[in-house]
Design a protein around this ligand. Structure first.
Ligand SMILES: *[C@@H]1O[C@H](CO)[C@@H](O)[C@H](O)[C@H]1NC(C)=O
Ligand SMILES: *[C@@H]1O[C@H](CO)[C@@H](O)[C@H](O)[C@H]1NC(C)=O
Length: 288
């Protein structure tokens, strides 16, 4: 008769113990605990018991600050279609994934934003058959790295142009545009352009001399000026001599940023103002 009673008692004790353990575990996971400690990296950790409780540092609510930053980022993302991000702030621009240039042509006072990269990366992006890329809303690649790229700065109001190669040579065209976007600029010029074609004169540069270079202007959608005229380009082009005389001889093949109507679907290994056979891998276009 004693046996069943003893079993009952043990069972009831075990249940009580289990309940207490379970409750402890639940309290531990659901509500957490306030923490003020230094971690292994020497960082000070401040955690409230309830994650929604405010943490104030000298009266500044950290969570509120976080919400403010998040909404500012949204505003910046929304307005990046007209204002170049690097001119708003370098930290914000970097946070949004943009690449800025601050060393060249007064960039420390008026930073440049990367709009595009024309790279000999083996990918046929900037081609004659894809001429629409110069005027459409398509984006390509990422700002960081060394591959072909076309970013949102392509659609921002632009005044100055800066072409920079990865070997340090660069050429700038200040006041080339009157607050116009590159997309609307290229939408307004025929492909190729035959008469009354826009071109801009260089204002500052760091380029090594090239005996085949005719001049340092940049031309828009230039036609091939040699007698056959088989190699016009689209986009920005520079004037070189190739197998005929200056100017703009076989420009798609000698002074383009890739497109050549003679090889319509292939990106040419030409790097704009550097011409052919350069040691450079890419040319980046910065705007402001
Ligand atoms: C503090 O809270 C964060 C966010 O909930 C959490 O990831 C972290 O592990 C907590 N740190 C400590 C020491 O409690
Ligand atoms: C000019 O270009 C050369 C490469 O030809 C480069 O090494 C140098 O750093 C550049 N200088 C400036 C001021 O950009």
């Amino acid at each position: 008769m004693a046996r069943p009673s003893s079993v009952r008692t043990m069972t009831s004790h075990t249940l009580t113990l289990l309940a207490v353990l379970l409750l402890t575990a639940l309290v531990g996971t659901c509500t957490g605990e306030a923490v003020l400690e230094e971690d292994d990296f020497g960082r000070l950790i401040i955690n409230t018991t309830d994650p929604s409780q405010p943490v104030l540092v000298n009266g500044v609510d950290v969570q509120e600050l976080q919400h403010t930053v998040a909404s500012l980022v949204n505003v910046a993302r929304g307005s990046s279609s007209s204002i170049h991000p690097c001119s708003i702030g370098l930290d914000t621009a970097a946070f949004l994934g943009h690449k800025c240039e601050t060393r060249l042509v007064g960039g420390d006072a008026r930073p440049w934003t990367l709009a595009a990269r024309f790279s000999n990366d083996g990918v046929d992006t900037w081609t004659w058959s894809n001429y629409i890329l110069w005027s459409n809303n398509e984006l390509v690649g990422t700002a960081q790295g060394s591959g072909d790229f076309k970013g949102t700065a392509w659609f921002g109001q632009t005044t100055d142009l800066l072409f920079v190669s990865d070997i340090g040579e660069w050429i700038a065209y200040e006041d080339a545009l009157a607050q116009q976007s590159l997309s609307s600029l290229f939408a307004s010029v025929p492909v190729p352009c035959s008469s009354g074609c826009p071109s801009f004169a260089a204002t500052q540069q760091n380029i090594t001399s090239n005996p085949d270079r005719c001049d340092t202007k940049v031309y828009l959608n230039p036609r091939d000026h040699d007698p056959n005229g088989q190699s016009p380009t689209c986009g920005f082009g520079w004037s070189f001599r190739y197998n005929q005389a200056c100017p703009l001889d076989d420009v798609g093949h000698s002074g383009s940023l890739g497109p050549d109507s003679y090889f319509a679907t292939e990106e040419q290994r030409v790097l704009g103002f550097l011409g052919r056979d350069s040691d450079a891998t890419f040319v980046e276009l910065y705007v402001r």
